[in-house]
Design a protein around this ligand. Structure first.
Ligand code: PMP
Length: 402
């Protein structure tokens, strides 16, 4: 049979853990492996601003006819205001073009197709480590990739000098993938000074940033989290931004993201956008409407926007508060290792420094599920499970003698 030639693909490590978690009969089990926000009750809520927007949309009964290839212009305008603020030079100069995409993942994939077809000599540089699907997406698009140094295990911090030295190896015209904030999986972001140094290196070496912005609002605030992006948007600079509304609108399953192209001027951006449209057409033809309409409805209405900003702040404050509670609970166990670096990390994820053996012991002895890299989803920690989690970590860390 023809399909006999097809081999079984490896299962996705993170989704495999979720399956094992579901089957685990332990009533005290804890899942810190998933990539979604959870509230104190360990559920992923639908935001009230989203429900109100959907109620309005139901009353308006918009047509289900196809959207334009890059989605509606109102969506594009709303995204640009969120990324660059209302009165930014780049928007006023008309040198940004935005397409609505099925999630941030499709924005990355369309960017990959665009790069492969139009910038065939470019190498894409990714941080070591990065979100594993980055290599999945860019390999599938046929874009050559290399890694730049990012995380320093010995200090649990960004290895600034090594990162800049690696970027110094890139060739003019190469592309550098940067996480705008809440770096996944480490939780370590560049400082404002480091963003300046990155911007200077990119300029000097004629490298183009590709910004992955999947967690706007989850670090320090919606405006604050775009500081790195604005730093890189000096006059005349070029950039690709892949943003996502999965996390900050809780619209995971609606698949709503955006691909924004920033070019030197209005003529250049239209030329580039014409190629982006070809990539979209051959990929999924045009985006699904519902999720994008929710985002536009919220962002065009001052009352709903205010409510949404408050809901994003609530999620952010819960995560940052949980980081502090977790570190205190660990310290209360008397564990010798200093985990205070966890409070300096941002976003849902934390590189805990736990080894694969310690991660296995947590699963086998305590029904605590963590990715083997030691990446913890901080949003999976609640007041109800933090003590048990801290005790379990202290136990496996001390019994492994580290
Ligand atoms: N980039 C990063 C760094 C992410 O963590 C994610 C979500 N896990 C995405 C992009 C894509 O998100 P989505 O396709 O769900 O919008």
């Amino acid at each position: 049979m023809i399909f006999d030639r097809v081999e079984t693909a490896p299962t996705d490590a993170i989704l495999g853990l979720s399956e094992a978690f579901k089957k685990d009969p332990n009533p005290e089990k804890i899942n810190l492996s998933v990539g979604v926000y959870q509230d104190e009750r360990a559920t992923t809520p639908t935001l009230d601003s989203v429900i109100r927007a959907e109620q309005r949309m139901l009353e308006q009964q918009a047509s289900k006819a196809y959207l334009p290839i890059p989605g509606p212009p109102e969506f594009a305008a709303a995204v640009q205001r969120l990324l660059w603020d209302d009165d930014h030079e780049a928007i006023a100069a008309g040198r940004v073009a935005t397409s609505q995409t099925p999630g941030g993942t499709a924005a990355l994939r369309v960017a990959g197709d665009f790069i492969k077809q139009n910038l065939p000599h470019a190498t894409l540089w990714m941080s070591r480590p990065t979100w594993p699907n980055h290599s999945g997406v860019f390999d599938a698009a046929g874009v050559p990739t290399r890694l730049y140094a990012y995380f320093d295990e010995s200090t649990n911090d960004l290895d600034e000098e090594a990162m800049l030295a690696d970027l110094g190896q890139a060739s003019p015209g190469d592309i550098v993938l940067l996480h705008a904030c809440c770096h996944n999986p480490t939780g370590i972001d560049p400082s404002p000074e480091m963003w300046q140094r990155i911007a200077a290196t990119l300029r000097e070496r004629q490298l183009m940033p590709l910004i992955d912005f999947a967690y706007q609002g989850f670090a320090d605030g919606l405006h604050e989290d775009a500081a790195g992006l604005r730093e890189l948007t000096a006059a005349g600079t070029e950039m690709i931004v892949c943003s996502s509304f999965s996390k900050n609108f809780g619209l995971y399953s609606e698949r709503v993201g955006a691909l924004s192209i920033l070019a030197a001027d209005a003529e250049a951006v239209q030329r580039v956008q014409s190629q982006v449209k070809l990539c979209i057409r051959a990929n999924y033809s045009n985006p699904p409407a519902h999720g994008g309409r929710i985002v536009t409805t919220v962002l065009e209405d001052p009352g709903l926007t205010k409510q949404w900003i408050g809901e994003v702040a609530q999620m952010r404050e819960r995560i940052n508060g949980t980081r502090r509670t977790f570190v205190e609970a660990l310290a209360d166990t008397g564990i010798r290792r200093d985990f205070s670096f966890i409070t300096r990390q941002r976003g849902m994820f934390s590189f805990s420094g736990l080894t694969p053996q310690q991660v296995d012991a947590l699963r086998d002895q305590y029904a605590i599920y963590i990715v083997r890299s030691g990446r913890i989803n901080v949003a999976g920690i609640t007041r109800a499970n933090v003590q048990r989690l801290a005790m379990a970590i202290a136990d496996v860390v001390q019994s492994s003698g580290s």
